[in-house]
Design a protein around this ligand. Structure first.
Ligand code: GTP
Ligand code: MG
Length: 408
């Protein structure tokens, strides 16, 4: 059963909570919404709790999921009154993440988010214990809680250290690819379900998991692609979501090294949704990107699923939402390949430090192959045993190749 409490004038997000619950494998028996200020005891009003208890019985619900973040005491009070397990949206998202975490990194990230959450719970217990408000809620008393708190802190430090090692290795791989091999890095980002993985497939030919449920992708996937002959690295990333719990943001998104290091960040959104929904998801995505430190100048917006958009006016409306935020979206259909040519042109036009260089190289060594792997060789001409080539690519890299040549 789903429950949401919102303030007057706030939009309901029960539809999204439902998608999440279904993605976690639940069948939704009922959904309840209440408009009021939070109640410190239950989050919702005490009268509503009685109603919920009735409803839980009549529909036979075995679990209640709140949209709102519950304080430990609220969850505890609610469980006592409702007689079934009570979780909030954070727990639900974490449940999906842990079901789907495949890679070592994703598993560690789930653990970190869980530990961080636990830490904030323990802090709350400690606070209540100090105020003498626990009334047997935690039998062990303040000392036991304090010991546990230290234990959680130690585990957090250990997981963080391992994640830092993984991240350093990733950054090193990136450095090799960009600095040593000249490749550009493009990150696909956007709200969950926007079509990142579908576009990733269309650009790289590599398969990814697509199932139409939220958070289909949990681990970043990286592949080489050729954009009109220009070799690039494309990465598919974890989707964003509205009201992302801060502990999850910390655990999952600040480790999106791909996004931080990317030369270009594509922000994909589903243009087939209503304008209000597009607005909500775009602004959630932009605020995650901003909190990751991604500059707007590196962002290229992509309006996906135009095959589902009914009329030209609707499409215009969907593009206008992004324009109002200073973005100039490229309309595409990742599924049917519509608009990909224009998207590729726009990508190329935005690659930073892209330049053209003419080089004369020996015909017989591996340099030509190296150039072709890291840049776009536009022209090749043979001249008396030497090759005159015109290459386009990352300026620093081309200059480095040139310097090596003249030094040799
Ligand atoms: N009609 C249509 N459907 C699309 C298009 N692109 C993606 N979809 C569908 O939208 C759903 C989500 O697509 P994904 O590619 O998994 O989206 P994602 O952004 O990777 O989602 P997460 O991994 O959950 O963040 C799937 O059911 C896709 O088949 C498109 O251009 N047109
Ligand atoms: Mg995906």
């Amino acid at each position: 059963m789903l429950v949401e409490r919102r303030l007057h004038g706030e939009r309901s997000l029960l539809h999204e909570l439902r998608e999440l619950a279904e993605a976690a494998g639940y069948t939704v028996a009922a959904a309840v919404s209440q408009v009021r200020e939070p109640d410190p005891r239950y989050n919702i009003g005490a009268g509503k709790v009685k109603e919920l208890a009735q409803l839980v019985k009549s529909v036979g619900a075995t679990k209640v999921v709140f949209f709102n973040e519950l304080k430990p005491v609220q969850a505890y009070n609610l469980m006592k009154e409702l007689g079934v397990e009570v979780v909030d949206r954070f727990d639900l998202i974490l449940e999906i993440f842990s079901q789907r975490a495949g890679s070592r990194e994703a598993k560690l990230q789930v653990e970190l988010a869980r530990l961080r959450r636990e830490l904030s719970f323990v802090r709350e217990w400690l606070r209540l214990a100090k105020m003498g408000e626990l009334h047997g809620f935690m039998g062990g008393g303040e000392y036991a809680i304090d010991t546990y708190y230290k234990h959680v802190r130690r585990r957090i430090a250990r997981v963080e250290a391992e994640l830092a090692r993984l991240r350093a290795r990733k950054a090193e791989r990136w450095r090799r690819r960009s600095v040593e091999n000249g490749l550009y890095y493009i990150a696909l980002t956007g709200y969950t379900g926007a079509g990142k993985t579908t576009l990733f497939k269309a650009l790289t030919g590599q398969d990814g998991h697509v199932d139409g449920r939220p958070f289909a992708t949990l681990s970043t996937k990286v592949a080489r692609a050729s954009i009109d002959g220009r070799p690039v690295i494309v990465s598919d990333t974890v989707g964003f979501i509205d009201c992302l719990p801060p502990q999850l943001l910390d655990a999952f998104y600040t480790t999106l090294g791909e996004v931080l290091l990317a030369d270009l960040v594509l922000l994909i959104y589903d243009a087939s949704e209503g304008v209000a929904e597009i607005e909500r998801k775009l602004s959630a995505s932009l605020s995650v990107l901003a909190s990751l430190g991604v500059n707007r100048s590196r962002v290229l917006a992509v309006a996906n699923k135009v095959d589902l958009v009914g009329t030209a006016e609707e499409l215009e409306g969907a593009l206008e939402v992004a324009r109002r935020r200073g973005l100039d979206p490229v309309p595409i259909s990742a599924r049917y390949g519509t608009g990909l040519d224009r998207l590729k042109r726009e990508i190329l036009a935005r690659l930073p430090n892209y330049s053209t260089l003419e080089l004369t190289i020996p015909a017989d060594d591996g340099l030509l192959r190296k150039l072709m792997a890291g840049a776009y060789v536009r022209e090749i001409e043979e001249r008396g045993g030497l090759l005159r080539v015109v290459v386009e690519g990352r300026e620093e890299w081309l200059k480095a190749v040139q310097a090596k040549l003249s030094g040799a």
